[in-house]
Design a protein around this ligand. Sequence first.
Ligand code: GLU
Length: 472
Amino acid sequence: MTLNETEQVVTRFAPSPTGFLHIGGARTAMFNWLFARHHGGKALLRIEDTDKSRSTQEAIDAIIEGLDWLGLDWDEEPVFQSKRADRHAEVAHQLLADGNAYKCFATPEELAAMREQQKADKKPMRYDGRWRDRDPSEASEGAPYVIRLKTELGGKMTVTDAVQGEVSVQNSEIDDFILLRSDGSPTYMLAVVVDDHDMGVTHLIRGDDHLNNAFRQLAMIRAMGWKEPVYAHIPLIHGNDGAKLSKRHGALGVDAYRDMGIMADAMFNYLLRLGWGHGDDEIISRKQAIQWFDLSGVGKSPSRFDAKKLQNLNGQYIREADDDALVELSAPWVEAELGTKLSVSDRDLLAQAMPVLKSRAINIIELASNSLFLYKNRPLDLDEKAQLLLDADARQLLATIHSKLIDLDDWTLEATEERVKAIAEAAELGLGKLAQPMRAALTGSTSSPGIFDVLILLGKEESLNRLADQIK
Ligand code: GLU
């Protein structure tokens, strides 16, 4: 696709607000946003809420929130398709006035009979153009009608798609579809074309489930003499088993991934590489994505969603993330667990623990829950495994450790480690045999950051007190 240098790129994301922002929608939104940003153009948002029975305010909110979370911003206020019905009707009437559309007075019964006949004759079921050449005066006075587009009869139509290449259909396969219903309301097909034109959209990047619509939309665009946009139909996302992505594969709204502790940047990076690539690069920053994104990098075959890979990538993002940013993200989880707000010193402690915590967590929830031991009140409630671990022998061992640590003044990683190792050697035990009961006593559980990190983060006094609580 060569771009006219002087033409400003305008893309749009046009979700139907009938549910949450799913993975596929989020990726489509990202591709549109990136393409516009890459070309210094405009990215627009249009809410396709014409189907009033299926569109909800909750869905609109969820979509906008999901886009916001991913860091996708839009250059103008969102356009609500439902508010533009008059304009859609105006275009239908213009097509009618120009002779590119016509009134069809066929009744529903008549059309049902037509389809029955086509079915019996094993012919494709489509409108047969029965009012195409009839004069409206042949209809009875005041009879309801729809407005249909007068499509080409012979030859074929070709869409040159930036992802799919040249795709053609025989014009005979495209019937004279409805633009305006008998109640005067626009069809979806009409609304999309009018809105894209009025919004100045130059590039239509969307799922390839809309490729078939492109032919009908193009027929309308040509009838109006409007400039044709560049189409880019991107392959849908499949599940790990190769089947179309569904709930069964854990395909959830992006909000669900946020609630699972996935970082927005990791999600962005993961979705970016789902269907688009830049060599072998795996970690791609937002800045690089804008710099590199182009339609030529979009693959032709469906990509597979792999929740495990997303988790792994998220772990990489956590390890690279700024400690303060991680405190911001994990504090709400910690507060929810504790049932109380973190004080300034609590937050400082979280920040102090962050280098240790982030080295092992693959999501923000894990990060947060690994920090909870810091805030527990003495005497600690031990979880079941920790209780089992602390038998009489283990408690005896804790008493020894306590007595040897009490006179250690240099409370550092190195010094505590040296001292505990000496105890292990003297007792002819592996370090693990000491670390386990210590962990149980210090954190109340059997999994935690490294035991010496725990000693340092808790400090000497708190550590010794927690150990003492379990002796006796
Ligand atoms: N509203 C349509 C959808 O959510 C998209 C239409 C389009 O991109 O042309 O699938």
